[in-house]
Write a new protein. Structure first.
Length: 189
């Protein structure tokens, strides 16, 4: 029995090493390459979810960025600009914390993309949101300019199976499908 357990561990070690390598933080310049997409979790917004009865058309009813979150988003935008990403196509969830994060990056005009909306507490929206986002990604040019998608933890998790801190994200290489290749993680500032 001990031999069998040791053999299983030995077989898994290369996979664990690969997972550790894949989780290495990327330099922001990686996003400057053609066909790259940053799926970014909104900056720091204290709490979890949204208050009961929140409305998308009223930021006062939502969980929003705090001063630290606003500063975090601005610093990330500066980091990206210094790394060669002065302009990007920027899309955001319709939640105020995502829209504010996207605008504070100062990488270009921000377009709302409902496929990026949160499905926290609304499991019935998950499959439709993920399918719409996969279709959106499949339609992007594989050699196009950088794209930034500001969204929520659950959306990023649906694509990566992992989690990220507020203001962090995952960089993907577009491949013409709804399942772009994960390049690595962009650490929060």
């Amino acid at each position: 029995m001990q031999f069998r357990a040791a053999a299983i561990v030995a077989a898994l070690l290369p996979l664990l090493a690969f997972a550790a390598d894949a989780a290495e933080p990327l330099p922001p310049a990686e996003l400057a390459k053609p066909g790259r997409v940053l799926m970014l979790r909104h900056a720091n917004a204290p709490g979890i979810g949204d208050p009961p009865g929140f409305r998308l058309d009223d930021c006062a009813t939502q969980r929003n960025l705090d001063a630290a979150g606003r500063a975090q988003a601005a610093r990330l935008g500066e980091r990206l600009a210094q790394a060669g990403v002065a302009r990007a196509k920027v899309y955001s969830s319709q939640w105020c914390r995502c829209l504010e994060t996207a605008r504070l990056l100062k990488l270009g005009p921000v377009a709302e993309l409902p496929a990026l909306n949160s499905f926290y507490g609304r499991a019935q929206d998950r499959d439709a949101n993920v399918a719409a986002l996969r279709a959106f990604l499949a339609a992007l040019p594989v050699d196009g300019p950088p794209v930034v998608l500001v969204t929520h933890q659950f959306t990023i998790g649906a694509f990566t199976g992992g989690s990220t801190d507020s203001g962090g994200g995952t960089v993907f290489a577009l491949n013409g499908s709804g399942a772009p290749r994960v390049v690595g993680d962009l650490a929060p500032d």
